[in-house]
Design a protein. Structure first.
Length: 135
């Protein structure tokens, strides 16, 4: 068991943010530019299982132990570890035909994951700031 560092409200808020952020990226990168996709081209219900069933729990696990009060080195190491986890998940997803690439590669994902993870951490930091909670 992982000790909870996030309140229920933070879990709900960050989950909604993760789903919204992922959906916005997928609309442009998948549906509009056709760079990659889940299962098959276009909109399908199976993708909801991935977006709702996998991304929110991973987001909560990532944010739950984010080293807010630690050094930049610790934060960088944490981001690197989670980027590797995300790349490994994506590699498995491609091998299992859950995800397909058209004009995309895992290299591009490797460049995208650190900023995405930073945005998720900043979103939680903003939420805590607006709620009057210190990080």
């Amino acid at each position: 068991m992982v000790p909870k560092q996030l309140s229920k409200a933070e879990m709900v808020h960050t989950t909604y943010f993760a789903i919204l952020f992922d959906t916005l990226m997928d609309v442009f990168l998948d549906l509009h530019l056709d760079l990659y996709g889940y299962f098959q081209k276009g909109v399908d219900y199976q993708t909801l299982l991935v977006v709702i069933g996998i991304f929110p729990p991973m987001n909560i696990l990532y944010l739950n132990n984010f080293p807010y009060g630690q050094s930049l080195w610790a934060k960088g190491r944490y981001l690197l570890i989670w980027s590797v986890i995300a790349i490994f998940y994506e590699y498995l997803a491609v091998k299992c035909d859950l995800l397909y690439y058209r004009k995309w590669s895992i290299f591009y994902s490797g460049l995208c994951y650190p900023p995405i993870l930073i945005i998720a951490a900043l979103n939680l930091k903003l939420l805590r700031y607006l709620s009057g909670i210190r990080n």
